[in-house]
Design a protein around this ligand. Structure first.
Ligand SMILES: NC(=O)c1ccc[n+]([C@@H]2O[C@H](COP(=O)([O-])OP(=O)(O)OC[C@H]3O[C@@H](n4cnc5c(N)ncnc54)[C@H](OP(=O)(O)O)[C@@H]3O)[C@@H](O)[C@H]2O)c1
Length: 299
């Protein structure tokens, strides 16, 4: 039995669709069953209502489960609000899930983390992501951590945020000069990797996999590709990170879904890349190219 947390999320819903297509019937932990019923193939999954920040909801969700795929996080592209707090969900929620998994005799946990996760300032977004990984590593369960670069695919949050920014701003800010590097990876390729990890518990036990697509792009190149794909012309301007941080704070204050958040600015503090052959080397296939996707399917 597989339990997927974050099943209604971007990666979660693609993973559920793949597992169902393969004839499996995963259990999905969801906060709002009615909402989930509009997103997930309800006839082919078991929905269980729960919230990782509410420990009392977890024992029934993990009962009889062998493996948890943990993708329930408040990601950096979301602003914090009541019920969606980075520390409460990412750190404390993961610890509560680990506690419940240990108590129920769950064997393994696969955590969907992100590239660049490392110790950082106490209370920061990145420190929370680091502590969430540590909770799983120190759980005593078999664990695997998957750290993707930014994702692309229909409706991908990072790309959608940039497209919103392109459409809403008269100038496109080249954050930090546009030099930070990204290695966008296709959501279906991430799902294929999770499925391989599920199928190969021995080979993948107690490992961290950093994964990215087949090409590196500077932020400027990502923006250029999106301008081209959306047939949009916009002047680009150099935008120092502190200034964009102020803009992100202002957008967070007034918009329910701001195109940029202060936490997302963390992504601009390091190159969001790993080895160019990471997927081919560890999982034996060549991932899809971001440019080919945009040319074939648009944003
Ligand atoms: N998307 C990317 O570009 C990308 C890139 C690299 C790494 N990742 C990582 O992959 C993981 C999944 O990302 P994603 O893009 O799929 O995120 P997402 O679309 O924002 O989905 C987050 C999921 O977590 C659920 N959730 C949030 N708080 C919860 C709680 N307290 N209890 C139970 N469920 C809760 C949400 O449920 P509701 O539907 O109820 O809100 C939703 O299903 C994250 O760790 C993220 O950092 C994503």
């Amino acid at each position: 039995m597989i339990l997927i947390t974050g099943a209604t999320g971007y990666i979660g819903r693609h993973l559920v669709a793949r597992l169902v297509a393969q004839g499996e019937r995963p259990r999905c932990l969801v906060r709002d069953v009615q909402r989930a019923a509009n997103i997930l193939p309800v006839d082919n999954v078991d929905l269980v209502q729960g919230d990782t920040t509410q420990a009392e909801t977890l024992p029934s969700a993990v009962q009889g489960v062998d493996t948890i795929v943990h993708a329930a996080f408040v990601t950096a592209d979301r602003k914090q609000r009541p019920g969606s707090n980075y520390e409460e969900t990412n750190v404390h929620g993961t610890r509560k899930l680990v506690d419940a998994a240990q108590a129920a005799g769950v064997k393994r946990m696969i955590e969907i983390s992100g590239l660049g996760t490392r110790p950082d300032k106490p209370g920061s977004y990145m420190q929370g992501r680091y502590l969430a990984e540590q909770a799983v590593i120190e759980s005593g369960l078999d664990w695997t951590i998957i750290r993707p670069s930014v994702l692309f695919g229909k409706g991908a949050p990072f790309i959608r945020g940039l497209v919103d920014l392109i459409h809403s701003a008269p100038l496109v800010p080249l954050i930090g000069g546009g030099k930070v590097m990204f290695q966008p990876i296709y959501v279906e390729d991430v799902v294929s990797i999770i499925v391989q990890v599920l199928r190969e518990p021995d080979r993948t036990a107690n490992k961290i996999y950093t994964i990215g697509g087949p090409n590196y792009y500077s932020f400027t190149q990502v923006i250029d590709a999106l301008l081209e794909a959306t047939h949009t012309r916009r002047p680009k301007v150099y935008a120092p990170i502190p200034l964009v941080g102020v803009g992100a704070a202002a957008m967070e204050a007034v918009l329910p879904r701001p195109p940029l958040t202060r936490a997302a600015m963390t992504l601009f503090s390091f190159d969001n890349t790993t080895d160019i052959d990471s997927v081919e080397r560890d999982f034996g296939f060549r991932p899809y190219s971001f440019r080919a996707f945009l040319q074939g399917q648009g944003v």
